[in-house]
Design a protein around this ligand. Structure first.
Ligand SMILES: [Zn+2]
Length: 538
């Protein structure tokens, strides 16, 4: 028989010897020789996972195309394992159907497939399904092997940490393929400089990660042509690899991850690393305290300067006795840049809460907002029904086009050429995007009705006013306000409160009367989808 050989390795580099492209070639050639067949053409896909759609496997497509268009000279395709042909059942069936129409069989060099065609098809289906399972099992085998590599003191692979590069281990250390880390001399200075900045800083008190990132970027000591960020600096300062210990966490046992320490050459001493860790920890504590204070303050995050359109931030007056909300721009660039005065926290908090109680939580107002929203939603619902019908129709059409295209291939009216490949990819994309449009609309429809009485609104207002008046100092009050209000613009003698009506409607509808209203907001999912098309209460 005249056969095409098709070989493929998966994207995972950790393939066993027998599964490498060379190993596959050997096994296939032996199989062919033993049976007196002949290989007329070879196709190879390297580093492609069979889980991806086969349209991304170039040689696979070329192979199908070649096989079908040269069917007079081709009797079959020989693969190392059926899992190397197409691991996804659907892709495999499609390809096989097309091949069998052309009278071309698929053979496996390592799995016995009986001669009888019907039986063969059945067994191949079973093997195909087994292979799908195996593919999942393989990833756990890979995890095992990585952990073993680490336990033997070698670098398990992946990207080397900044300041290191991975090289092949010398034969006396172990297998040829093992890797170990050595210091990348080009970046040694950057690493030591970083730790030095962290501990001694320009003014001997040490810098935080943000400052270190800025200094390095200014000095042009970049991280592989990328700017340093506080996060990437933190990653370096907190990694014990620089003190000679690379920690590899093995997830073989998901419940008890195992930490494996691999010895590597160090760039800094253990003592420096320890001091840096302590410095990072104490800074984190400071930051957390600051953040806690900020988040305790009721309106931080909500207030906006009406002049500059930037946030009002918290600041403490002399002696720490008074707290103020102050325009951020004014704080940074000076008082002359903004006319908005500073506000005493207590006074502004009271003013805002009072405004909310007397202007927002008024049953007539809320009933009107809810009514307005319902009108809009009803209109959207009508629209969405007709939109859905249109999309479904288009989707059916695309599905039919895909079907026709495959049929044309089966009937030999269409070659598997570049046109076919592009077209099938294009249609699949269209189909998927129509599906996602449909599910978006479905989701929106779920939130389209609010069903509550006028009395429910009246009761809600009573509870909400009580919460606002008595909840000062309760951290949940802030959460409650943030659920309803997105922005408070502060003018010298005017406040403008903004928030999407959909949110307040949602809050009203989920509030069970008689309960503590402040316990409600934390469980409310924020409903973003139609936010921008909603009227806002002002
Ligand atoms: Zn301002």
């Amino acid at each position: 028989m005249k056969l095409i050989s098709y070989r493929r390795v998966s994207s995972n580099k950790q393939v066993t010897e027998g599964d490498s492209l060379e190993g596959q070639k050997r096994t296939i050639e032996q199989w062919v020789k033993r049976r007196g067949h002949e290989i007329v053409m070879e196709f190879v896909d390297g580093g492609v996972s069979a889980f991806k759609s086969s349209t991304t496997r170039k040689a696979f497509c070329d192979m199908l195309e070649y096989a079908v268009s040269n069917k007079e000279n081709v009797d079959g395709i020989i693969v190392y394992k059926l899992s190397r042909f197409a691991r996804n059942e659907l892709a495999r069936l499609q390809a096989e159907e097309e091949l069998s129409k052309a009278g071309i069989q698929v053979f496996s060099a390592t799995e016995e497939v009986p001669e009888d065609e019907d039986m063969a098809h059945f067994i191949r289906s079973v093997l195909g399904i087994v292979n799908e399972q195996q593919s999942r099992q393989n990833s756990s085998t890979v995890r095992d092997r990585l952990a073993d590599t680490a336990r033997n003191g070698f670098f398990p692979g992946g990207q080397a940490p900044f300041g290191f590069k991975s090289i092949n281990a010398t034969p006396e250390h172990g297998k040829k393929s093992s890797k170990r880390l050595v210091v990348d001399e080009e970046h040694r200075h950057t690493v030591t400089h970083m730790f030095d900045l962290c501990l001694n800083g320009p003014k001997l008190k040490g810098c935080g990660v943000k400052e270190i990132a800025n200094i390095l970027n200014e000095e042009g000591l970049l991280k592989e042509n990328k700017y340093w960020t506080p996060k990437s600096v933190h990653k370096v300062l907190s990694n014990s690899v620089y003190a000679g210990e690379l920690v590899f966490t093995s997830n073989v046992d998901k419940k008890n991850p195992e930490k494996i320490v691999i010895k590597v050459p160090s760039i800094i001493s253990k003592e420096v690393f320890k001091k840096a860790s302590e410095s990072l920890a104490s800074r984190r504590l400071q930051n957390n305290n600051l953040r806690a204070q900020r988040s305790d303050t009721l309106l931080v995050g909500l207030l906006k300067c009406s002049t500059c359109n930037c946030r009002l931030t918290l600041m403490t007056g002399k002696g720490g006795q008074f707290k103020y909300y102050k325009c951020k721009r004014k704080r940074i660039t000076g008082a002359s840049k903004c006319t908005t005065p500073n506000f005493r926290v207590e006074q502004l908090d009271n003013l805002v809460l009072d405004t909310i109680a007397t202007q927002l939580f008024v049953p007539e107002n809320l009933a009107k907002y809810v009514g307005d929203l319902q009108k809009i939603l009803n209109k959207q619902l009508l629209n969405s029904r007709s939109t859905k019908a249109t999309i479904s129709k288009r989707q059916k059409k695309v599905e039919q086009q895909i079907h026709n295209l495959w049929n044309a291939v089966s009937n030999e009216k269409q070659l598997i050429d570049d046109f076919f490949k592009t077209r099938i990819l294009e249609l699949t994309k269209q189909f998927d995007s129509l599906s996602s449009e449909l599910s978006k609309i479905d989701n929106r429809e779920k939130f389209s009705y609010y069903n509550f009485s006028k009395k429910h609104i009246v009761d809600f207002c009573r509870l909400a006013i009580k919460a606002v008046k008595e909840g000062q100092g309760d951290p949940r009050l802030k959460a409650f306000l943030k659920t309803l209000i997105t922005e408070i613009s502060v003018f010298e003698n005017e406040l403008i409160l903004k928030g999407p009506i959909s949110k307040i409607t949602k809050v009203i509808s989920v509030t069970k009367l008689g309960t503590d209203i402040l316990s409600v907001p934390s469980i409310i999912p924020i409903w973003r989808r139609v936010r921008d098309s909603n009227p806002r209460w002002v």
